[in-house]
Design a protein around this ligand. Structure first.
Ligand SMILES: N[C@@H](CCC(=O)N[C@@H](CS)C(=O)NCC(=O)O)C(=O)O
Length: 201
């Protein structure tokens, strides 16, 4: 098996990756990068991640960055044999890619608007309000999907639930209207109750 190292900081964008590694049962090392002390801007770290952020994952010493890319790589590499990610060439794989990207990119863009307004102490300014409204509409899409099936891909839990659930869970924490969408709320509770989501990360 490849040697996997996760560069992380507690309660950060690296946390869902630590949870994914736990869910998949992938042996790995963790290296803490203290982003409050500026360690992410040191040349040795920038050589692994020119973006200067956590997470970074190295695979036999070769680095990759961006949480979504890491999620998709881990799921494809370790998830199929564990029944947690659909096999290549199946319609379910297409849905897994689509919804994972939807959460980090489409929903994530609105999350950033709300987060920025919140960080500036003005969550109710027009920018924050627009982000809130857009998230409400996107959550309605998700609610519709989860009204007819218990998990993102159908009858069984998969890494898509962990990936999408991590983004939706964080958005709820910063004030997205998740509680208005009953199927999303119930599903999120189940995702967050998984043992892999309880790890100290
Ligand atoms: N889309 C990026 C976001 C990463 C990100 O924003 N990480 C934050 C922690 S949550 C960080 O490292 N911040 C340090 C900094 O900006 O200097 C990714 O997935 O790599």
């Amino acid at each position: 098996m490849s040697k996997i190292v996760l560069y992380w900081h507690p309660m950060s964008s690296a946390t869902p990756i630590a949870c994914a590694l736990a869910e998949l049962g992938v042996p790995h090392e963790r290296v803490k990068v203290d982003i409050h002390a500026g360690e992410q801007r040191k040349p040795a770290y920038l050589a692994l991640n020119p973006n200067g952020k956590v997470p970074t994952l190295t695979v036999d010493g070769a680095p990759m960055f961006e949480a979504l890319a890491i999620h998709l790589w881990l799921a494809g590499q370790y998830g199929v044999e564990r029944g947690l990610w659909p096999a290549e060439g199946t319609p379910e794989r297409l849905q897994a890619m689509a919804w994972s990207t939807w959460s980090y990119v489409t929903y994530g863009a609105q999350l950033v608007r709300l987060q920025t307004a919140r960080d500036m102490g003005t969550p109710d300014d027009p920018h924050g309000q627009a982000g809130h409204k857009a998230m409400d509409e996107l959550l309605a899409l998700l609610d519709q999907r989860l009204a007819s099936q218990p998990w993102m891909l159908g009858a069984n839990y998969s890494m898509v639930d962990l990936i999408v659930g991590s983004v939706i869970g964080y958005s709820a924490y910063i004030g997205a209207p998740v509680q208005k969408h009953p199927h999303v709320l119930a599903w999120l509770g189940k995702v967050q109750a998984r043992p892999a989501m309880q790890i100290d990360a």
